[in-house]
Design a protein around this ligand. Structure first.
Ligand SMILES: [Zn+2]
Length: 429
């Protein structure tokens, strides 16, 4: 399975000659019947991509031609791989993603949960990340904590894969027990047992708080006996309680991994749907009040570039054109030929919903895809909730000004002073 760091690496990858190949393989059901269809689909997609490469390489120099040959090799390898995937046994349980750019020595293969929209192949400047963004959902990491009177277990749920972190609670729990009860020898046995359970809950709560602070997980789900729920939650740090998205009854010693995953996925799906609705309502109402919300492609792009976006909402089938600067990467909703930020030439971006994903992933923006919402449709199917709003009607100039101010402040802090009439080289960040 893919990690957030790996997704980040993909998001940052760029091949200026547009030879970055992304391939998503979704096994279809029923398996035996669909084998042929999937094989044909991959072949068709690869053939289409090759035709496009050939068309582009016609007016390119020999270096470009070499690059296209390399891309052709990637496509051949992908076709072979899809052939292997279809003929191997056990196919159907996982989807697969491949990201390749052999002229840059790049080849990555990942297994994904078999929940992709379909098999896809694309060659572009950047890797295609929308299918992964869909799977990631609105947040990257979910912890499932199972607790009983004496024990605790932690599972991670990521992209449909549930893994247990063995011994996660162990060190703290042992320490808690030994130093907390050394002096209670004379006490009543029953009372001592009750104290020990409370102490255990406290220690678990402490570990959960630490784990959230360290980013081990961002949201979590509690699994325990119904009768223990209230006691456990009474010990939670407010910060940890806020991030608890649901609970389910379970016997820590007997529960199966499949059961934990099903419960967690059910709770997560419900939470995500609710959270998406809330975020949408809040964003639209903030936008109407001209406060911490913006709607429409132009304003959302500006807010993204200024680093103001906390939550991004995109229509499920949102599609729009834009241009991207070949120099600084600035995205503009106006189809201008030259970048308003740095003056260099721009190029057309066919699908802006795809082009903004690297920004979203790099900046850890919460992302929701909104399905058929008439109110959202009215505002253009794209909106963002902001962390803050730096200025009303912020525009490119103000973004530039801000980065200049940042440079000046930083130089001041570091003791660099610009000479009058000349620019100190160190001023340029
Ligand atoms: Zn630019």
């Amino acid at each position: 399975m893919i990690t957030r760091e790996e997704i980040n690496e993909l998001a940052q990858f760029e091949d200026r000659d547009s030879c970055a190949v992304s391939y998503y393989f979704q096994p279809s059901t029923p398996r035996n019947k669909a084998h042929k269809e999937e094989a044909i689909r991959t072949k068709d997609l690869a053939r289409e991509a090759l035709r496009e490469l050939e068309r582009q390489s016609l007016d390119g120099d020999s270096k470009i031609k070499q690059k296209y040959e390399a891309a052709r090799a990637d496509l051949d390898r992908i076709m072979q791989l899809s052939h292997d995937l279809l003929s191997s046994r056990g196919n159907g349980s996982h989807a697969k993603a491949v990201f390749a750019c052999s002229s840059r020595n790049f080849w990555r293969e990942y297994e994904l949960p078999a929940q992709l929209g379909g098999t896809e192949l694309r060659i572009d400047r950047h890797f295609q990340l929308k299918p992964i963004a869909h799977l990631l959902g609105a947040f990257p990491s979910l912890g499932i904590v199972l607790v009983d009177r004496h024990r605790a277990r932690l599972f991670d749920l990521r992209l449909g894969e549930l893994t247990e972190r063995e011994g996660f609670f162990h060190p703290l729990l042992r320490r808690g027990r030994s130093d907390g009860f050394a002096g209670h020898d004379g006490g009543h046995a029953q009372r001592r047992a009750a104290d020990e359970v409370l102490h255990h809950f406290k220690a678990v709560a402490e570990v959960i708080k630490d784990a959230i602070e360290k980013g081990i997980f961002e949201r979590w789900i509690l699994g325990c006996q119904d009768t223990l729920c209230a006691q456990i939650e009474a010990h939670l740090h407010p910060y940890a309680a806020q991030r608890l998205i649901g609970r389910f009854p379970c016997e820590l010693g007997h529960v199966s991994v499949i059961d934990v995953r099903e419960q967690a996925e059910r709770i997560f799906a419900g939470w995500q749907e609710k959270r998406c609705k809330e975020a949408l309502r809040e964003t639209l109402s903030q936008a109407r009040a001209n406060a911490r919300g913006v709607t429409g492609l132009r304003r959302v792009l500006q807010a993204l570039e200024a680093g103001e976006v906390q939550t991004l909402l995109l229509g499920e089938n949102y599609h729009a054109q834009a241009v991207e600067c070949s120099g600084c990467g600035h995205l503009d909703a106006h189809l201008v030929n030259y970048c308003p930020a740095c003056g260099r030439e721009t190029r057309q971006v066919v699908d802006v919903a795809e082009a903004i994903l690297p920004w979203v992933i790099r900046r850890n923006v919460e992302l929701f895809y909104v399905k058929d919402d008439p109110e959202f449709d009215k505002v253009g199917n794209i909106a963002a909730l902001l962390r803050y709003r730096s200025e009303q009607n912020s525009n490119l100039r103000s973004i530039e000004e801000r980065s200049r101010n940042f440079a000046t402040n930083r130089n001041r802090r570091e003791g660099f002073v610009a000479r009058p009439g000349g620019i100190d080289e160190r001023m340029i960040l």
